[in-house]
Design a binder for this molecule. Sequence first.
Ligand code: NAD
Ligand code: TDX
Length: 357
Amino acid sequence: MSRRLLVTGGAGFIGSNFVHHWCQHYPNDRVVVLDALTYAGNRANLAGLEERENFRFVQGDICDRSLVDRLLQTENIDTITHFAAESHVDRSILGPGAFVQTNVVGTYTLLEAFRQHWQANSQPANYRFLHVSTDEVYGSLGADDPAFSETTPYAPNSPYSASKAGSDHLVRAYYHTYELPTIITNCSNNYGPYQFPEKLIPLMCINTLMGKPLPVYGDGKNVRDWLYVGDHCSALDVVINRGAPGETYNIGGNNEVENINLVQMLCELMDELAPELPVHPAQNLITFVKDRPGHDRRYAINATKIKTQLGWTPSVTVAEGLRLTVKWYLTHHDWWQPLLSEEYQAYYQKNYVFSAS
Ligand code: NAD
Ligand code: TDX
């Protein structure tokens, strides 16, 4: 049975990877992308898709209720895959307001619109609201703590994770209160093509190419559980097709790495793959900088539930995924160069303190 999807945030990093995945695997489905094209949204991420007959791009805000109502109705949407968010922790520390607006109010707006649409159509059983969330809602782990499971209590520590936690609670409440067929996924750190330069991995690749310092926060020993974005997309695919409404699924890569080790791996790859780097070896650029306030020490995901119940496991190791990603940034200067805008430079200046350690 074919679907009619509304993909919010489909011009961002994960959203656009997901849209490419979906159009490739389900060419008969209708895909409508709703994206405000904030600094993080980029229509170039959808290159090759816009010509398709059953694809449509709409520039607009998820907080715009009448626009959302109109799209749900005129496009006869049965599935919302909700990626749209303010997604960068450091920006949430500098300015939390946009995070509350988009992540909380925006998610509420979509839920209300979808509830009305679902009810107006006599509550079809195939409707789904997939809310794409993060492992950061669970807070921070100590070195020996067990990984986050679906029953780990929420303990968000940044304005970003608090706003995502708030949206998760609303999504959960709409299932329990109205039986709206919602599903939540909480995923670990993604990386891969089309990731905005502010995030750790693209930032390190691009700074290396430009011979700029590689800023590592604090002691560099914070741990993240890295998942290649293509694996995230295949997990969302099985959740949409086989996940149960009202459930939460954790998605992770089983790839815990300390930041400093990750940066060193990236430096080695750059040395190997990039000819004529301005500074060689690239690791000479590593610079410890002032830590992120409230920096979570460790994230790790226990992805047993999605494995045992839905049969999903990640397929790309960190070594493979980093190589693919470095190669992608090396061959896509024309994609990332325009993103180093005045706005980006202003954010960079505000965020990084190179003098203290
Ligand atoms: P991103 O910042 O690259 O993309 C976000 C997209 O949402 C952009 O295209 C932006 O234009 C759009 N957007 C922002 N505000 C909007 C609004 N008000 N209305 C419509 N569109 C709006 O983010 P990402 O890294 O692709 O993350 C996507 C989702 O996945 C987010 O919900 C994030 O919380 C979640 N997530 C991300 C990661 C990760 O490692 N990046 C991990 C787990 C979960
Ligand atoms: O310049 C940097 N130096 C540095 O040491 C940057 C940008 C990051 N870091 C550290 C902070 C983190 O410990 O690297 C780690 C990864 O940082 P980010 O790429 O900013 O990711 P993180 O804060 O872990 O959040 C990401 O994963 C979960 C996404 O941005 C979120 O949207 C997602 O929910």
